[in-house]
Unconditional design. Structure first.
Length: 223
């Protein structure tokens, strides 16, 4: 059986996969990464970007072509780059391989890094504004929980995540094996490439885990 690695998204932790995990096919080992811990141990010699983070995780976990990666949002972006380096199977949930798909008015990693290190990204009043403007009733409580938990993260970790999301990197030469996305996602726009459409929004796999697991199981059954 294969080994599975789960990579969560920005502001999240590994509990974002809790509804999905029991429905997945059996694996020899399941590693649900806590990226706050991974980033704390990561000491990039050069620029902070998704490529350098992927290289670190590949070396740390000895990831190879037999492994399966499931990543949500930022985690899928990381998974796609790990696949590029190793040939592992990459399954993207509400994620992207083109940074232009991220919905954000500010896209400069340098400016976002400054905001993060000053604590502005975790500002309580600003996060309350974002919470009020959130459009989706189904995931409103989950989104509020994630926004409300921003204050627990170290500023360095927030800045590193923003670097991974927005720092420029060369285009990917390989495609993920499966993309699952909801058309109503207002955090990451749907991909231009073929994908399995899920109901819901950016957290489609959380609220419709049976549908997500069925698509994943179908992919893995043929491998």
């Amino acid at each position: 059986m294969k080994r599975l690695l789960l990579l969560h998204g920005y502001t999240e932790d590994r509990t974002i996969f809790d509804p999905l995990r029991p429905l997945l096919p059996p694996f020899a080992e399941v590693i649900a990464l806590e990226l706050a811990e991974e980033f704390a141990a990561w000491r990039p010699a050069g620029p902070v970007n998704v490529g350098s983070l992927a290289r670190y995780l590949v070396a740390r976990y000895h990831i190879g072509p037999a492994d399966v990666l499931i990543g949500h949002s930022m985690g899928g972006w990381i998974a796609a780059h790990i696949k590029e380096q190793t040939g592992a199977t990459a399954i993207l949930l509400s994620s992207f391989t083109d940074q232009a798909k991220i919905v954000s008015r500010i896209r400069s990693p340098r400016l976002l890094g400054i905001y993060a290190r000053l604590g502005l990204v975790q500002n309580r009043w600003l996060n309350e504004y974002f919470r009020r403007r959130y459009r989706h009733d189904e995931s409103r409580a989950l989104h509020a929980q994630l926004i409300g938990g921003m204050g627990r993260w170290r500023r360095r970790y927030v800045a590193q995540q923003l670097g991974v999301l927005f720092a420029p990197v060369p285009p990917l030469g390989t495609a993920p094996d499966l993309r699952l996305h909801a058309r109503a996602d207002t955090v990451v726009r749907p991909p231009d490439e073929p994908y399995v459409e899920l109901p819901g929004d950016h957290f489609a796999h959380y609220f419709y885990p049976q549908l997500a697991a069925a698509a994943i199981g179908q992919l893995l059954a043929g491998r």
